[in-house]
Structures are given as C-alpha cells and as structure tokens.
Design a binder for this molecule. Structure first.
Ligand code: BTN
Length: 269
C-alpha cells in the first residue's frame, strides 16, 4: 500500500484545506479511506484530516455493502472530524447535512439536477452517482466522525450488479479535475458541518426539496421484515416519515434500514 503525504500548498492553491486547518493525507491505493482515518487516530494522528485515494481495494458502503472504487475515475475521500465538544453533531444530522452539501457541489459540476435518496445516496435521473457514509467512533477518549464520500466521476464501466443503478457525474469525458472537485466537496462539507454543530438545521429544507423519495410509494426492510407505504415527510432529525396502512405513520431513522422507491426500476437498496 503506497502512502504519500502531499505538499499541502502544492495542491491546495486556494487554501480550502489549509484555511480550515485540515491536514491532507493521500494514497494512490488504500483499502478504505474510512479505515485509514481510524488507523490515523489510533496511531496518535489529529483531526481535522482529509484522506483521499486514487483507488480503494475495499471501499465500504452502508449495510455492509462494498463501494466500487476503480482507479482514477472517482473521488474517494473521508473527512475526519473531532466532534467531542459538539453535542449536536450526531451522525443522523451530519448525514443529512453532508448529503445537501454533496448534492449542491455535484450539481454545480455536472450542471444537472442532483437529488437525495433517503438517507444518503445522491441520484441523477434516478441513478446513484454518489454514496455517503458517516461513521462515529471513540478513540483515545475522544469522539470522531469519519465522513466518507464516494463519487463516480467519469467511470464508464460498472460491474453487472450495479450497472443499471449507477451513473457517473461527467460520463462524456468533460470531467472536472478530481483534485478540484475533492477540495470543493470538502469546503461544502466542512462549512455545513459548522451549521450542524451550532444546532442550525436550516439545511433540512434543501434536503427535503432535493428528496427523490417524498411523495413516492416505498418499500422498506427493517429487521428482516418488508413494509410498504407512502413517504410523507422528513422530520427535523432527518427521519423519514412513512404512512403505512392508511393513517398509521412510522418514522425511519438511518440505521440498518433498506429503502426502495416502488415505482422505479432503478433501486440500489
Ligand atoms: C454507500 O453508498 O452506502 C456509501 C458509500 C461510501 C463510499 C465512500 S468512498 C470513500 C469512503 N471510503 C469507504 O470505504 N467508503 C466511503
């Protein structure tokens, strides 16, 4: 596994990382930037730090799934934050906020509408272009969150099991520089995180307006059982409110729940 500690000033020309005190740690190849972030902390490293890789050999997604991470055609990154002093910074709020920041940044680059499929997938025309994985953990008496983002930037080949579900942000070769997109994503994530930690949930209105799920019939699987319902709202904590069996509503929180939109063929959960 190759490990390169980049010259921050060489890459970060506009000071997006350095002005926020974010250390950059980059790999040509790594198992998972999420795992690298944990190892960094356990080895005595500090946060905030940004881990980026040209490819991942064991990229991870939600629900124990893998994340396809081919070389040089995607952005694979983890922003590691120390959230010990930030009582408001729970994973649910961070996930929703980060989804808004990533969707807005991706949309700016792709110039095509980016929607959010609850809880953390970014879609273009119903296909997944980006996945987000926020994981909280304790180490050395402090609490950290690793915010993992994987973007299919210019990937043109996907494995058969996801080829009908996935897409790339810039499939036709006009992809922005990966480094530039990585820095822009980080600026957006870091800045929206400042809202989360202050208890400002104003980003939830954009989360809702970007929702690919609200007003749709969905199927969700919880504890092995499958339920159908209508997605009617997203609450202030990012919970998805579903009307099942007429009047009864249930609120889903992120966790181990798999969700499918019923009236579309393109589903990745
Ligand atoms: C999902 O789709 O369920 C979330 C995917 C998150 C993928 C990113 S890629 C960078 C970081 N490292 C990982 O192993 N996973 C996240």
């Amino acid at each position: 596994m190759e490990y390169i500690k980049e010259d921050l000033l060489g890459i970060d020309k506009n000071g997006i990382l350095s002005s926020r005190g974010i250390e950059l740690i980059s790999f040509s190849s790594v198992d998972s930037t999420q795992a690298a972030a944990r190892r960094h902390v356990l080895a005595g490293g500090c946060a905030p730090a940004l881990f980026v890789a040209d490819t991942q050999t064991g990229g991870r997604g939600r629900l124990g799934r893998s994340f396809y991470s081919p070389a040089d055609t995607g952005v694979y990154m983890t922003l590691l934050l120390d959230v010990t002093e930030d009582a408001q910074a729970d994973v649910a709020h961070i996930t929703s906020a980060v989804a808004v920041a990533v969707a807005a940044t991706a949309e700016k680059y792709a110039k095509v509408r980016c929607q959010i499929k609850w809880v953390n997938d970014i879609l273009i025309n119903g296909r997944k272009v980006c996945g987000i994985l926020a994981e909280s953990f304790f180490a050395n008496g402090r609490r950290y969150v690793g915010i993992g983002v994987g973007v299919n930037l210019s990937t043109s080949f996907f494995p058969e099991d996801i080829s009908a579900l996935a897409c790339s942000l810039c499939p036709s070769g006009s992809a922005p520089d990966r480094g530039e997109l990585t820095l822009a994503l980080n600026a957006g994530i870091y800045d929206i995180y400042q809202k989360v930690r202050s208890g400002d949930t104003s980003y939830m209105s954009e989360y809702k307006s970007r929702s690919a799920v609200l007003g749709r019939q969905v199927t969700f699987i919880r504890n092995g059982a499958s339920y159908d319902g209508l997605a009617v709202d997203i609450d202030e904590n990012g919970g998805l409110v579903i009307a099942v069996d007429g009047n009864e509503t249930v609120t889903l929180t992120g966790g181990e729940i798999s969700l499918r939109i019923k009236d579309t063929e393109k589903n990745n959960e």
